[in-house]
Design a protein around this ligand. Sequence first.
Ligand SMILES: Cc1cc2nc3c(=O)[nH]c(=O)nc-3n(C[C@H](O)[C@H](O)[C@H](O)COP(=O)(O)O)c2cc1C
Length: 350
Amino acid sequence: MADISRRKDDHLDLATSGDVAFKTTTTLLECVRLLHDALPELAVDGIDTSLEIMGKRLRAPILIAGMTGGTERAERINKELATIAEERGYAFGLGSQRAMHKHPEKRHTYAVRDVAPTTLLLGNLGIVQAGQMSNDQVQDLLAAVGADALCVHLNPAMELVQDGGDRDFRGGLATLERLLGLGLKLVVKETGCGLSGHVARRVRQLGVEHVDVSGAGGTSWVAVETQRAAAERKPFGQAFWEWGIPTAASVALCAPHGFRTIFATGGISSGLEIAKAIALGATAGGIARKALQALENGRNAGALAFFDQIELELRSAMLLTGSQNLRALAQAPRLITGELRDWLALTTDH
Ligand SMILES: Cc1cc2nc3c(=O)[nH]c(=O)nc-3n(C[C@H](O)[C@H](O)[C@H](O)COP(=O)(O)O)c2cc1C
């Protein structure tokens, strides 16, 4: 247990104040320009940011993306952020439930239903760990926290850099197929390297309806594990620090495949970025590290102020594009420039 706990604490420390961001890779959302509407004929109070995801009503298209669980500190963070999700009508993701699987006595560190009874709550497992669990074990983990859906994270780059991480990624599609057979709501997610069109096509063909692109441009999990790696492995991690598909490119590459939900996570720090992601085909924006930093640096008031700002920017972007609701925002005219245009011209990713 000491090992998992130390890793979780390292992750929280590094994500709060460490050097773990991409250095040159951006989300490429700066390559999206939304067209200004000087005659919107809308009032800010009349803007409707609500939507339905997996049968649950959200008041805003925001996911507090999965981060933690397994320690006392993780328990506090989960509870505080889940409370905000409930109050504000956002979705909330738990961190990997692997620690809870190995140590059932840690279950309380993932328990948020007492503070978030109606929130869209996402459980979380790595694909390799999920592949090693029985159907009953997976279902028990979800039932124990009252999750509405399971995020299965794909993170091969991070694992390769992590000392003692997974090295064998065969059988991933078979694991997803088995989990779909249980009738679970499944979200296939990355953790900061993005999903390509090729991955999107293969999981969609299996029947996966929900993805979280978790693209490059925000937290680099290769960077996190490089910081934690033994000295002799650091050059390897540094070589892959910038690895991944930028969030905007990943959303646009996934959009044509007909998913019901696309969460645009990875480097999201403003409501304008969420608006741009939705105009590219996302359903909602996901935020991990910036939400953690707002909470840890400013306590509850800091986190609330952070989300106030996000909502203000989102509503303003909707008004300024003449979008009364999120359906209209999805159709808002937008210009794609620079490197994002190059990504979308990719003819080999399908
Ligand atoms: C402290 C921390 C812990 C995380 N742990 C998990 C995890 O257990 N499972 C998972 O799927 N993603 C995990 N993530 C990844 C996030 O869900 C997200 O995909 C990624 O950090 C990119 O978003 P960001 O740039 O907003 O941080 C974690 C992120 C952070 C910051």
